[in-house]
Design a binder for this molecule. Structure first.
Ligand SMILES: CCCCCCC/C=C/C(=O)SCCNC(=O)CCNC(=O)[C@H](O)C(C)(C)COP(=O)(O)OP(=O)(O)OC[C@H]1O[C@@H](n2cnc3c(N)ncnc32)[C@H](O)[C@@H]1OP(=O)(O)O
Ligand code: FAD
Length: 536
């Protein structure tokens, strides 16, 4: 019924909404949100209120001037009882005049690192009344007399966030494809230095250090696209089960969505920054689009769940799985490897060997965390304090788990798809899987030395494998980014345009600057000249 009321109006853009959950005082700790929705049975309305400054909603995208409705997450009070946070759909602006409704205080939060077009806003309520059916009642309900009917599963309130986190993994694949396209095309056009005096300046793409900076971004885009597809399929399956009342697989989805969102956003932000730096000074130009792209990707490390908090959510699941498995109980498919108690096998410098190695690392880290927590608790430390004292290791265990999931998924999905591909295409994609896997083995060689039987000669061989792969991928690099098929209008970059006219585009953009409208800028007469004449 509520969907019939609201969805058609949202689809035809009569309703422009945003998701107003975060407040000035709380973004992570949802149970600490202060906005209240108090039910009045006499009028069958909820009274929304922002009792403090920190209760003001702060951040929602489009809230300042675009949205005329929003989903507000508030503490639901009925018959004198606080039933916790629940979502409400609330009209905040007049649909004709767009004026804020009486009792609504709304505005823009100010300049940010990026997302300058998102008009993120603040929102406060002063005893603002909304009808009872504003409460989104799919999970929990409030009856006309104020009786609260609890959700069959309180965690379903958090469901929106799982959906967006699942989408973010695929978003990161896209952003990395943009960054890699810009930086690799620029690196094919840019010539610099003379390592061989009797030869012309080479393409900077031929410097192996440049390949080291950029090819991992290219490979990660494919890894995250493939992992994002797998995660979406998992989400659809879990959601289907939820619809029929079965929530058994929700905890596993929540855990894997948390760590994949955290790891893919952090990797995307750091790799886009590497793409920017690989373009030298021109990468620092706004017209290159790389600074803006960095601002977009680094924001994802914070929104939809701050990365550390999410990694700790996954760690919570891994510790619980370890404890469950230690009692002989079955584990979820993505965590089942934690109970592999077989002896550490001889190390193999193969994809399967490395993936198995990362699973050993994750399981070993989880076991170390459980042991440390148990030891602290036995010494009289509270579980909460023991958890906090172990949290750096817990985050690392979560990251290792996430990497094992990405490595295994990337390899499995490309192997499965390869049969339907032309041999040359299959070969190139396998090279990207190989590069991605060996890159992370070398990045985390310390962990592999701690938890597997990898030896020094294996590491040396992996380093050589990696350098050989850079050489093999080089000839196909520009073709691989062209294959993303990103139009110039989408890339929005002087460095990444398909025609490679980098210098002409840089100059064209520079000349558009208002500061070039006149040969002597007015600042000379207002400030420089008086200063030079000692009058300032
Ligand atoms: C193109 C670009 C577009 C950009 C758009 C950007 C839009 C951005 C929007 C936003 O940022 S919206 C706001 C996002 N905010 C968050 O994600 C908040 C993050 N915080 C939390 O999720 C929670 O605070 C917390 C981390 C879960 C901790 O809260 P709490 O202490 O109440 O919970 P716990 O005791 O840790 O866990 C309770 C229980 O619930 C399970 N659980 C938690 N979250 C979920 C979930 N999302 N789905 C399913 N289950 C969840 C958790 O595992 C615990 O279960 P048990 O272990 O007790 O069984
Ligand atoms: C670009 C952008 C768009 C956004 N859009 C929206 C939106 O549309 N709607 C919306 O509701 N919100 C939105 N947000 C807000 C976003 O969801 C929050 O900023 C995010 O959830 C983090 O919460 P916080 O800002 O309170 O940070 P905090 O939680 O205060 O984090 C600060 C630090 O504390 C640490 N910390 C917090 N809790 C723990 C813990 N339990 N254990 C260990 N460390 C901890 C964190 O790791 C972090 O280092 C947006 C934010 C950004 C940047």
């Amino acid at each position: 019924e509520q969907q019939e009321k609201w969805v058609p109006r949202a689809v035809n853009m009569e309703i422009i909404g945003t998701y107003a959950q975060t407040e000035l005082g709380h973004g992570t700790f949802l149970r600490g949100l202060e906005t209240t929705a108090t039910y009045d049975p006499n009028t069958e309305e909820f009274v929304l209120n922002s009792p403090t400054l920190t209760a003001y909603k702060w951040w929602p995208g489009g809230l300042a001037h675009t949205a005329n409705h929003c989903v507000v997450v508030a503490q639901l009070h009925s018959k004198g009882v606080n039933h916790g946070v629940h979502p409400f759909i609330v009209q905040i602006r007049d649909e004709d005049t767009h004026m804020p409704l009486p009792g609504v205080k709304v505005g823009e939060i100010g300049p940010k690192l990026s997302f300058s077009t998102a008009n993120n806003g603040f929102l406060g309520f002063d005893n603002f009344r909304v009808p009872r059916d504003s409460m989104l009642m799919k999970n929990a309900q409030v009856l006309k007399d104020g009786t609260y009917v609890k959700s069959r599963l309180s965690k379903l309130t958090y469901g929106t966030m799982v959906f967006i986190r699942v989408m973010i993994v695929t978003d990161m694949a896209y952003y990395l494809s943009v960054g890699a396209t810009i930086a690799i095309r620029y690196s094919a056009v840019r010539h610099q230095s003379k390592p061989k005096e009797n030869e012309p300046e080479p393409q900077i793409l031929d410097y192996v250090t440049q390949q080291h900076k950029l090819f991992i971004a290219l490979a990660s885009s494919h890894a995250f696209r493939v992992t994002g597809q797998w995660l979406w399929t998992t989400f659809v399956r879990v959601n289907k089960a939820l619809t029929s009342g079965n929530a058994d697989t929700l905890p596993e989805l929540h855990a894997v969505a948390c760590c994949l969102k955290a790891v893919t956003t952090r990797d995307a932000a750091s790799m886009v920054e590497a793409c920017r730096m690989s373009c030298g000074g021109h990468g620092y130009m706004t017209s290159s689009y790389l600074p803006i792209l960095y601002g977009i990707t680094t924001a994802a490390c914070t929104y939809e769940g701050e990365n550390t908090v999410l990694l700790l959510q996954t760690a919570r699941s891994l510790v619980k799985a370890w404890q469950k498995g230690s009692k002989g109980k079955p584990l979820s498919p993505t965590e089942a490897y934690l109970m592999d108690k077989s002896p550490v096998p001889k190390w193999e410098n193969t994809l399967d060997g490395i993936i198995a190695g990362f699973r050993r690392v994750s399981a070993g880290k989880v076991q170390d965390c459980v042991s440390k927590i148990d030891k602290l608790v036995k010494m009289g430390t509270s579980y909460e304090d023991a958890w906090n004292q172990t949290s750096v290791r817990l985050v690392a265990a979560s990251e290792a788990h996430s990497r094992a999931v990405i490595l295994a998924t990337f390899r499995a999905e490309v192997s499965r798809a390869a049969a339907a591909l032309s041999p040359p295409l299959a070969r190139v994609l396998h090279q990207l899987v190989h590069l991605y896997t060996v890159y992370w083995a070398l990045e985390r060689v310390g962990d592999l030395l701690l938890y597997t039987s990898i030896a020094e000669r294996d590491v040396q061989e992996l380093q050589q494998q990696y350098e050989d792969l850079l050489q093999k991928i080089r000839p196909n690099t520009v073709g691989l980014v062209d294959a993303f098929d990103l139009r110039d209008e989408i890339l929005n970059s002087t460095l990444g345009a398909y025609d490679g006219r980098v210098y002409e585009r840089l100059m064209e953009e520079a000349l558009k600057s208002p500061l070039n409208a006149e040969p002597v800028n007015q600042s000379f007469h207002k400030y420089l000249k008086p200063f030079m004449q000692g009058k300032l």
